[in-house]
Design a protein around this ligand. Structure first.
Ligand SMILES: *Cc1c(COP(=O)(O)O)cnc(C)c1O
Length: 398
């Protein structure tokens, strides 16, 4: 049997991410064990019966739960202050399951318009096919959330800071509107990371992550996680998860556990560097505007001060020369790579209008502030001076 480590329950994040959730086998291994198994065997038919009845603890099948996957879930629970969690094969599996498990035909969802493309597809298109209506609102306008509520509203969904313009939505205020309407608030916290914003403490009912991003942080595997109270998970997600099977592979769970060990270090470094790069860009004549949640000139600075503990590892900026300048800049970079991913050890740059947000109409892009000159930079763990030199040279080339 596995022995849970008896490290104290309340640990600061940097300590928790190294130790929390660890369950050691009889071999006393230092690093978390990888249980790459589909199933589990029983000593007797009676033991199998007792396990299935829930009279005896233990694992049954890795679609339901697996020791390595459970260690990842428990470490995330420690970080987030959540009572329970389920790890999923990708961030989108987490988003889709967190929403779908709590609605039925005739129900209604309200979601902030500035969403990751696939999230928008889930709430608009997939849900509509199941007879669940969705109203999209400007997440920063509380009156729009209030006005969108209907008697059958069950779920509020948002992402903050948003992709790619890093708008910040007031989580406690939206949670209050959701709860007054009898709905639950689900927050996609990918951009903030658990190091910079804790939605459950701010009033959200459910928090979801793409672990593909900062949690792995080294570009290796996909993953996701849904965290909430034990009551919400038992009532809504437990059976749905077992029977629809969005489960995370134990191998990927092991990789993500190793990612969590260095998450606090990486996010701190990436955030410090992003702040320096934002300040550097703000002084440059080629740059029309910089959007960075750590700067005093961010449009939502007052909300950021209330609900976030750091800046961000991401920033967005607009070049005065439009698409031509944005492409010339990206092509001239020699360290920062062109990629739509984010949260990686490697710095990555994206031109949202022609990639991640190309499927939106020009009007929808304009509504979200995604101009042709806008670039999104995910800052990695490289030496910031090398990154600034790379940016400096590329700006001169535009
Ligand atoms: C990447 C991302 C997702 C989807 O995660 P995958 O792991 O790619 O499925 C969802 N929401 C946000 C905000 C993301 O950045």
């Amino acid at each position: 049997m596995l022995k849970k480590s008896d490290t104290p329950r309340k640990l600061r994040p940097a300590t928790a991410m190294v130790h929390a959730g660890t369950a050691r086998s009889g071999f006393g291994e230092t690093s978390e064990a990888l249980f790459l198994t589909q199933g589990f065997v029983y000593d007797s038919a009676e033991a199998a019966e007792a396990r299935f009845k829930g009279e005896e603890p233990g694992f049954i099948y890795s679609r339901y739960a697996n020791p390595t996957t459970r260690m990842f879930e428990e470490r995330m629970m420690a970080l987030e202050g959540a009572e329970d969690a389920r790890a999923t094969a990708s961030g989108m599996a987490a988003v889709a399951a967190a929403i779908q498990c709590q609605v039925k035909a005739g129900d209604h969802i309200v979601a902030a318009r500035a969403l990751f493309g696939s999230c928008r597809y889930v709430v608009e298109t997939v849900m509509a096919r199941c007879g669940v209506d969705c109203t999209l609102v400007d997440g920063r306008n509380l009156d729009e959330w209030r006005a969108a509520v209907r008697p059958e509203t069950r779920v509020f969904f948002m992402e903050t800071p948003t992709n790619p313009t890093l708008e910040v939505i007031d989580i406690p205020a939206v949670a209050e509107i959701a709860h007054a309407a009898g709905a639950r608030l689900v927050v996609d916290n990918v951009f903030a990371t658990p190091m910079q914003q804790r939605p459950l403490e701010l009033g959200a009912d459910v928090v979801v992550y793409s672990a593909t991003k900062h949690i792995d942080g080294q570009g290796r595997c996909l993953g996701g996680v849904i965290l909430s109270s034990k009551g919400w998970i038992d009532e809504n997600l437990h059976d749905y998860f077992r029977h629809t099977g969005p489960s995370l592979s134990p191998f990927n769970a092991w990789t993500l556990l190793k990612g969590l060990e260095t998450l606090p270090l990486r996010v701190a470094q990436q955030t410090t560097s992003a702040g320096k790069i934002a300040d550097f860009l703000a002084e440059r004549p080629e740059v029309a505007k910089v959007l960075y949640p750590g700067r005093a000139d961010h449009p939502d600075a007052a909300i950021i001060a209330k609900q976030m503990t750091g800046g961000s590892t991401l920033l967005a900026f607009e070049l005065t020369g439009g698409k031509k300048a944005a492409f010339a800049f990206a092509n001239a970079l020699r360290i920062i790579l062109i990629s739509n991913n984010l949260g990686d050890a490697k710095s990555l740059i994206t031109h949202p209008a022609t990639t991640t947000h190309k499927n939106l109409t020009p009007e929808a892009r304009a509504e979200l502030g995604i101009s042709d000159g806008l670039l999104r930079l995910s800052v990695g763990i490289e030496d910031v001076e090398d990154l600034i030199e790379d940016i400096d040279a590329a700006l001169s080339a535009t």
